[in-house]
Ligand binder design. Structure first.
Ligand SMILES: Cc1cc2nc3c(=O)[nH]c(=O)nc-3n(C[C@H](O)[C@H](O)[C@H](O)COP(=O)(O)OP(=O)(O)OC[C@H]3O[C@@H](n4cnc5c(N)ncnc54)[C@H](O)[C@@H]3O)c2cc1C
Length: 418
């Protein structure tokens, strides 16, 4: 068998896998129907967050649940019919919002984030795009002392995991972000986090690096994947324009499309649901600016300075991936953001809508697909796939080479749900 690998999907996760496997000596073909970084990896908030070891289903969720389920918080909107049809997933997701499974996830995600951060820096440097990286952290904003105190559990988790977090009062916040309205008596600054000014351009730059180093990038639609017959290779991929491609190994990193593709092509069931989210770019009013992304905990939105404008991203909407867009969550975020910052006109004709692909324990699948030799999974990165693509790739490449990964890969084993 050859050293050939097909990587399906050129979001942050797939491009990271392609670059890493290429550096390990594999002959890699990267396939994406739209091109690198045009989907979820384009529309995210661009935060490389050290604080993202705390997933949505953490033990504080129970306290917030009554407000969330009655649509009294902008952090969650859900389609009750979708929630009912995905009831096993919902139950499984909620069952992980307990101390022990949460702690296991926090340890695993923290390791993946720490592995990824230096790789981002290295790749941006190698791609000549280091100017996109802002290494000045991000901010959690609190509209009252009570709200700040209510977030003590998160600060304990950061302290326990060595995530640097600095408490700011109103003056301290004004020093960092002078254009925020004086409505936040407290803030938490995560100075070890970073952000970028255009996530899609970063993925494109990593893909350009892959091509410049001899990698093969095909803009094409993957139509079907099946075991290869009459071939020394294991896998056969049918594409819309390039016919049939053969490879010894295949990595599936199709983000939210992974679930449907694996089920349809190979009958593999991935317990994935979609935490959808919207964004809209706004102009600032006058000379107002932000130096780093901010998360307004009451408004449940992130406002990130991008080179397209100020990107306002919403919280979570549980709905079918292809359900029509709704406007209410973004409207609430816009109203709350206007209280916090001199936000000018909307710059996009339509809001962007994407789907965070989430597995019940909020950990991605990284590793071998059970029962399918030569098939590898790198998917389900929920809110942190832009941050953790490089670390995912490092772990996966180690597993594919039969090496012991530098972090514990067991929490990401695709066989863990049985
Ligand atoms: C509103 C919002 C804000 C977010 N903010 C952050 C953040 O600040 N930081 C962070 O780390 N993460 C963030 N995320 C999460 C992050 O964006 C995702 O976890 C990540 O982009 C997933 O990357 P991926 O490569 O797995 O998927 P994708 O980027 O979706 O890539 C999948 C690719 O597969 C391709 N594809 C699909 N089907 C086919 C097919 N049949 N043939 C060929 N190609 C196909 C698509 O074209 C696409 O390019 C956010 C997400 C949302 C929605």
């Amino acid at each position: 068998m050859s050293d050939s690998v097909i990587v399906l999907g050129a979001g942050m996760v797939g491009v990271s896998c392609a670059l890493t496997l290429q550096a390990r000596g594999f002959s890699v073909t990267l396939v994406d129907r739209k091109g690198p970084g045009r989907e979820t990896s384009w529309g995210n908030a661009g935060v490389l967050a050290t604080s993202s070891l705390i997933p949505f289903n953490n033990p504080t969720l129970w306290q917030a649940l009554p407000r969330l389920l009655t649509h009294r918080s902008p952090a969650l909107r859900y389609d009750p019919w979708y929630a009912l049809t995905r009831l096993p997933w919902v139950v499984s997701f909620l069952s992980r919002a307990r101390a022990r499974p949460f702690e296991q996830t926090a340890v695993a995600l923290d390791a993946l984030i720490r592995l990824s951060q230096p790789l981002h820096r290295q790749w941006m440097q190698e791609a000549g795009e280091l100017q996109r990286l802002r290494e000045n952290g991000w901010l959690f904003l609190y509209r009252s002392q009570a709200a700040f105190e209510g977030a003590a559990a998160a600060r304990d988790v950061y302290a326990c995991h060595g995530v640097t977090a600095e408490v700011l009062d109103a003056d301290g916040l004004r020093n960092l972000e002078p254009h925020l309205a004086p409505i936040f008596p407290r803030a938490l600054w995560l100075p070890g986090s970073a952000s970028v000014d255009n996530p899609g351009a970063v993925v494109q730059a990593y893909a350009d690096l892959f091509v410049a180093r001899g990698g093969r990038l095909l803009i094409d639609e993957a139509r079907a994947l099946r075991p290869a017959a009459d071939s020394t290779e294991r896998w056969s991929l049918s594409t819309a324009h390039h016919g049939v491609l053969l490879a010894a190994q295949v990595v599936v990193s199709l983000g939210p499309w992974s679930r449907g593709a694996l089920q349809g092509w190979l009958g593999i069931r991935v317990p994935m649901a979609f935490e959808r989210g919207y964004h809209m770019h706004h102009a600032p009013l006058g000379e107002a600016s932000l130096g780093r992304p901010v998360y307004d905990t009451a408004g449940a939105y992130v406002l990130s300075p991008m080179n397209q404008g100020l990107r306002l991203s919403t919280g979570v909407e549980w709905a079918a991936m292809d359900a029509p867009a709704r406007g209410d969550q973004l409207r609430l975020a816009q109203a709350a953001a206007r209280q916090a910052f001199p936000l000018g006109e909307a710059l996009d004709e339509q809001p962007w809508l994407g789907a965070r692909p989430t597995l019940p324990d909020s950990r991605p699948h990284i590793g071998a697909a059970p029962g399918h030799p030569g098939l590898w999974l790198a998917l389900g990165h929920q809110h942190i796939g832009f941050s953790t693509g490089p670390g995912t790739a490092a772990v996966l490449a180690d597993l594919m080479q039969g090496r012991r990964p530098t972090i514990d890969a067991a929490p990401f084993d695709p066989a863990r749900f049985g």
